[in-house]
Design a protein around this ligand. Structure first.
Ligand code: PMP
Ligand code: GLN
Length: 383
C-alpha cells in the first residue's frame, strides 16, 4: 500500500458493522436505514430489471433522471441546471466527491474542510495528491458551528476548494443562512471553488430547512452540489448520486468519473427517475419518522444522564462519552457493543486529529421505533 493511503486501511463503518454482526448488538453505527424506501421505488427498479434495462446507462446518467434532478432543484430551491450539460449522475455521492476533488484540485494544492468530516473526504483528498486543511466545528450551546475568523484565517494562496457538508455528518448541524453567507463571502473573496455535499438535503427537522450553498448570490458559478438517492429514498446500497454545477466544472468531473466507474446502476437510475418527481409524501413521512426516532433516543439518553448535542438534520445524534464516565469514545463504543448490546461510531473517525474528537460518539437513529426503544433502554441502563 502506498504511503499516502497508510492511514486509510479500513473504514470505521465496515469495522463497526462487523462488530455488530459478530456480537449480535443493535447497530446504531453505520448510517443505513433498517426499512426500505417507497414501494413504488422498489417496484420501479424491479420493473426496470425485468424490462431489460440492464446494460450500461449513458455516461452522464439517464436523461430522464437528469431531467428529474433539474426539476427537483428548481422546484425545491429555485436553482437552474441544464440536464444535458450541468448534471452528472455518479456511483453514489462518494464517487462524485472523489472525482470532483481529483478533477479540480492540482496536486499539492489545498482543500479546506470543516472538521469533523465524513471519512471519504480525507481519502479523496489523498487520492488526488492534494493537501487537507481543516476548520473546527465546535459546540456552541450544544450545536456545532465554526468561527468565521478561523475560517478566513485558514485560507492560503494554495487553497483551491472549500468542501462543505450540510446537513452535516456527524454533528447534525444544518448551516444557517448567516453561516452560508459567511462561507460564500470567503469563497468569493479568495476565488475558491465550493464543493457542497448535500446528501442529507431532505432530512431536516423541526421546521429547519436546507439551503443549498449554490443558491447564494455569486455561488452558482463556482459551486458543485452533490446529492444521493441513497439518503433520500432509504436506498444506500443503490449508489445513485449526482453532481450539479456549471458546465465547465461538471465536464471536468465527468472526465475523471468516466475512468473510475464509467457508469452504473441502470435499473436503479430508472427507478429514481420515476419516483423523484413524486417524492413529497415520502419525504414528509421520512422527516417525521426520523425526527420521532431522534426525539425518542435523545430524550431517553438525556434522562439517563447522557449529554447529547443538538441535531437539526441527517440521521445522526452525537453524545459526549464523558457524561457516562469515559474519556475515550472508542473505548466507550467497545464497551457498549459487549456490555450494552449497542454499536455506535467513535466520532474520532471524523477527525484528522483523532484526539480532537476523542470524547464523542455518534448514534444513527434511522431505525424502526422498536429498535430505537430497545437501544435507548439499553443505553440508559448503561449510563
Ligand atoms: N457524504 C456524506 C456526508 C455521507 O454521510 C455519505 C454517506 N454514506 C456520503 C457522502 C456517501 O453517499 P453515497 O452512499 O451516495 O456514496
Ligand atoms: N455515510 C455512512 C455513515 O456515515 C457510511 C457509509 C459507509 O459505510 N461508507 O455512517
Amino acid at each position: 500500500l502506498v504511503p499516502r493511503f497508510a492511514n486509510f486501511r479500513s473504514t470505521v463503518f465496515a469495522e463497526m458493522t462487523a462488530l455488530a454482526n459478530r456480537t449480535g448488538a443493535l447497530n446504531l453505527g453505520q448510517g443505513f436505514p433498517d426499512s426500505d424506501g417507497p414501494p413504488e421505488l422498489l417496484a420501479a427498479a424491479a420493473e426496470a430489471v425485468l424490462a431489460g434495462h440492464n446494460q450500461y446507462p449513458p455516461l452522464p446518467g439517464l436523461p430522464a433522471l437528469r431531467t428529474a434532478i433539474a426539476e427537483q432543484r428548481l422546484a425545491d430551491y429555485g436553482t437552474r441546471y441544464d440536464p444535458d450539460t450541468e448534471i452528472l449522475v455518479t456511483t453514489g455521492a462518494t464517487e462524485a466527491i472523489a472525482a470532483a476533488i481529483a478533477a479540480l484540485v492540482p496536486e499539492g494544492d489545498e482543500v479546506l474542510v470543516f472538521e469533523p468530516f465524513y471519512d471519504s473526504y480525507g481519502a479523496a483528498i489523498a487520492l488526488a495528491g492534494a493537501r487537507r486543511r481543516t476548520v473546527a466545528l465546535r459546540p456552541d450551546g450544544g450545536r456545532f458551528t465554526f468561527d468565521p475568523d478561523e475560517l478566513a484565517a485558514a485560507v492560503t494562496p494554495r487553497t483551491r476548494v472549500l468542501l462543505v457538508n450540510t446537513p452535516h455528518n456527524p454533528t447534525g448541524t444544518v448551516l444557517s443562512a448567516a453561516e452560508l453567507a459567511t462561507i460564500a463571502e470567503v469563497c468569493l473573496r479568495h476565488d475558491l471553488i465550493a464543493i457542497a455535499d448535500e446528501v442529507y438535503e431532505h432530512l431536516t427537522f423541526d421546521g429547519v430547512r436546507h439551503v443549498p450553498l449554490a443558491s447564494l448570490p455569486g455561488m452558482a458559478e463556482r459551486t458543485l452540489t452533490i446529492s444521493s438517492a441513497g439518503k433520500t429514498f432509504n436506498a444506500t446500497g443503490w449508489k445513485v448520486g449526482w453532481v450539479c454545477g456549471p458546465e465547465r466544472m461538471v465536464a471536468a468531473v465527468r472526465t475523471v468519473k468516466q475512468y473510475l466507474t464509467f457508469a452504473g446502476g441502470t435499473p436503479f437510475q430508472h427507478a429514481v427517475a420515476a419516483v423523484l418527481p413524486r417524492r413529497h409524501g415520502w419525504v414528509e413521512t421520512l422527516r417525521s419518522t426520523l425526527s420521532a426516532a431522534r426525539d425518542a433516543l435523545r430524550d431517553e439518553l438525556t434522562g439517563a444522564g447522557w449529554q447529547c448535542f443538538s441535531c437539526q438534520g441527517t440521521y445522526f445524534l452525537q453524545a459526549d462519552a464523558r457524561s457516562v464516565g469515559y474519556a475515550d469514545g472508542a473505548e466507550l463504543c467497545r464497551d457498549l457493543a459487549t456490555e450494552a448490546g449497542v454499536v455506535a461510531i467513535p466520532s474520532s473517525a471524523f477527525y484528522a486529529d483523532p484526539a480532537a474528537g476523542r470524547a464523542l460518539v455518534r448514534f444513527a437513529f434511522c431505525k424502526s421505533p422498536a429498535v430505537i426503544a430497545t437501544a435507548a433502554g439499553r443505553l440508559a441502563r448503561f449510563a
